[in-house]
Structure formats: C-alpha cells, structure tokens
Design a protein. Structure first.
Length: 428
C-alpha cells in the first residue's frame, strides 16, 4: 500500500472518530443520520482533494481543516433535534478524541518500526483500525450514560463545558500536530501523549463531578418531597385526632346538653345554645382524595394551594392503599406533576380558565396517571424533550423520567395552545 493511500485511509478514520459520537449520542431528526453521513463524506472528499491537489504549508493546512470542521459543525447543528450547546459539546469532544487517537497511533506505529514487516504508514493504518474498533465499542457502551448526562446537566453547564474541549483543541492544534499524524518517538512525543492523556483525564473527571453534583441536587429535591409528604400526613393525622377527641367530648356531655335544652322555654334560647355547641365542637373535615395515604396527603396540600390561587382542581383517583409501587417514587411523580401543573396555571391571568384535572386508575397491573392543566402554550425543550420551566435544567421532570425509565414504566406529554397533558404509566 502506498504512503498516499495510507494517509488517505487515516484521514477517513479520523472522520469516523468525529462522526461516531454524533450519531450515537444525539437525537436524530427523521432521515438525518443518512444526511450526516453523506454531508460529512462530501466535506471529507473536498478536504482531501484540496490537501492532495494543492500542497500547502502546515499553518494553511490547519486553517483549512478548521474551516471545513466549522462548516461541518453548522450542518450538524441544523440536522439534530438537540440544543446547539449539546451538539457543540459532542462535536468538540469528538474532535479532541480524534487528535488524541491520531497522536497515539503515530507514536505506536513509529515505536513498532523495525519490529513488524510493514512500513510505518501501513502499521499506522492497522493500529488506527484497532483503536477505531475499541473506540466505537466504548462509545456504544457509554451512549446511555451520556444521554442521561445531557438530560441531567443544565444547558448553561453544558455551554460552559464546551470551553474545555475547545481550549484543548486549540492547544493540540497550535502546540502539537493536531489532526496531522506524525511518526515520532522519543521524549517530545511521549510528553505530548502524556499531556493529552492528562487532558482527557481532567475532562472525564470534570464531567463526572458535575454530573454527581446535579444528581445530588436531584436527590435532595426528592428528599424534600418525602419530608413534605411526612409533614402532610402528620397534619392530617393530627386533624383526625382532634376530630376524634371532639366527638368523644360531645358524647360524654351529650346527656348534660339534652337536659339543658329541655329546660329552655324559647326557641331563640335553643338556637343560641346549639350555635354555641356547634362552635365549641366544630369539626374540620379531613379531605379525602385517594385511599393511598401518601398520595392523599400530597393532593390535599395542592388542593389548598389551588383554592388559594383560585384554580379549579378536579380529581378522580382510584389508587389502592396497598399498591406495590414504592411510596416515595409515587410521591415524587404525583408531587412533580401537580407542582408543574400549578406553576403553569399561575402563569395565566386570573380571568382565564385555570384548572387542573388529575385522574388515576389501575389497568391490570399498571397504574395510569393522567394530569391535564391549562397553560400559556410556551414549552422549553432540551435534547428534544420537554423540561420543567420551574427548575433550572428541568430537575422536576428529570426526577419523573428517572422513575419512568425503569422497565414497565412510561411517560407521554402532549400539548395544544392552551392545554398541557401528561400521562404516566407505573408498573405495580
């Protein structure tokens, strides 16, 4: 194989390194996957043609590569449903991986010279193929965790994260060889590899730390919901206890009150006495929305909020008290759904029809939850999915999606100009 053919294959492998994460991590629009491959291939062909037909200096070569890469990035931003910050971060990270793999491939091929019966360029092709296979497998394995990271991290954090791979690429392009493979060994080449390795290590540690931080905040939010559920249940229990004590006192004093009433001669006196009794033994009815205690406590709290905000609440909740769904998970889902619906109604004017309709019923071994509410028609999407406008980065809906991501669970959202509907399925 000629040197030119080997270098051509290596540039093709570099393009694959850049494309694989984009196709694996991002949400494709209809037909965009094929379009990404075709446009990327076309840009690669133009880039290679310019490189081989018009030999230029390294500085001009780097400039042309940046121009072609910038054009490719613009196409990717238009073709994917994800936020531009997510596309930018994925693309910059992929180009950073390409620079590292290229440098590692050149170092290994140069180190193997004299030990294998192949030229250094042919060895580089074989080494790059091996690295490319391992890289593709690693990307495939990391795809679910990466998509989850994009869901958890706020868009502002992702935009800030873009700075790191961008600065790393600038250092690689200016200080090292960038995308140009160099067959070098010795101290300088080893130092370059170690520096790139440290850069990647810091990159992964930074992402891991930020993801853990956001997950801790999400866990704190869920814990706060659990605390609210306990407080609401305790309040309901105290109210029921007060009612019970009032009934017991009324029973104990019943005969005395009857004698007092019998001794009264006028109707006005009887009415006044009864009014005084009603005030003394006033019973506050505990609202009952569902047989499930945790759900009932949460709905009762939001019912009070709706009354305060003049929002109509309609509920039809047939949730068994002994349902096998984890009480905390169910509380997080119900609490988030009602909170988002309440916030959506509060954004509307008081003269508009503000309402929340919450239905729940068992269908075989699944609990079906449906909540419908009025809203202003404005939605915010991240990575193609609707997120909450109350929590930065959508922590509320992330909590629901984490629960419904388990086998047998599901969530669907739909909306018109004035109505927002969420349907959640939980396996019992």
């Amino acid at each position: 194989m000629t040197v030119g053919a080997c270098l051509l294959l290596i540039t093709f492998f570099q393009m694959l390194v850049k494309i694989i994460p984009v196709l694996s991590f991002l949400h494709h629009k209809r037909g965009s996957q094929e379009l990404v491959l075709s446009i990327s291939s076309l840009i690669w062909i133009i880039q290679i043609s310019v490189q081989f037909l018009f030999p230029v200096s390294d500085a001009v070569h780097v400039t042309l590569n940046l121009c072609f890469s910038g054009g490719l990035l613009v196409f990717w931003m238009l073709l994917f449903a994800d936020d531009p910050a997510v596309v930018l971060f994925t693309s910059l990270s992929a180009w950073m991986f390409s620079a590292v793999l290229t440098a590692l491939c050149g170092f290994v091929a140069a180190s193997a010279e004299g030990y294998v019966p192949l030229g250094v360029e042919e060895t580089a092709v074989l080494v790059f193929i091996l690295f490319l296979v391992l890289y593709a497998v690693a990307v495939r394995l990391c795809a679910p965790a990466t998509r989850q990271m994009f869901e958890i991290l706020p868009l502002r954090t992702i935009r800030i994260l873009c700075v790191y791979p961008l600065l790393s690429l600038i250092v690689f392009m200016v200080g090292f060889s960038g995308d140009t493979i160099r067959f070098e060994t010795g101290g300088n080449a080893l130092f370059n590899l170690l520096f790139m390795g440290m850069t990647l290590a810091v990159y992964f540690l930074l992402i891991k730390s930020l993801t853990d931080l956001v997950q801790r905040k999400e866990a704190e939010l869920e814990l706060e919901y659990a605390r609210n559920v306990v407080v609401q249940q305790r309040n309901q229990y105290n109210q029921q206890l007060q009612n019970y004590e009032s009934i017991q006192r009324l029973r104990h004093d019943f005969s005395l009150h009857m004698r007092a009433l019998q001794g009264m001669e006028t109707k006005e006196g009887v009415d006044a006495y009864l009014a005084k009794l009603a005030d003394e033994y006033r019973l506050q009815a505990a609202e009952q929305f569902a047989e499930h205690r945790s759900v009932n406590a949460i709905v009762a709290w939001y019912a009070q909020q709706c009354r305060t905000q003049n929002i109509r609440l309609e509920t039809h909740l047939a949730i068994p008290p002994d349902i096998s769904i984890d009480a905390l998970d169910l509380s997080v889902v119900v609490g988030n759904l009602l909170q988002n619906a309440l916030e959506a109604n509060k954004r509307l004017g008081e003269l508009e029809d503000r309402y929340i309709r919450f239905d729940a019923r068992m269908v075989e071994d699944q609990l079906m939850l449906m909540i419908e509410n009025a809203f202003d028609g404005t939605v915010i999407k991240k990575n193609g999915e609707i997120i909450s406008r109350k929590y930065k980065g959508g922590l509320g809906l992330v909590g629901i999606r984490r629960i419904v991501s388990r086998p047998g669970n599901d969530i669907e959202m739909s909306y018109t100009d004035t109505i927002f509907t969420v349907m959640v399925t939980l396996s019992a």
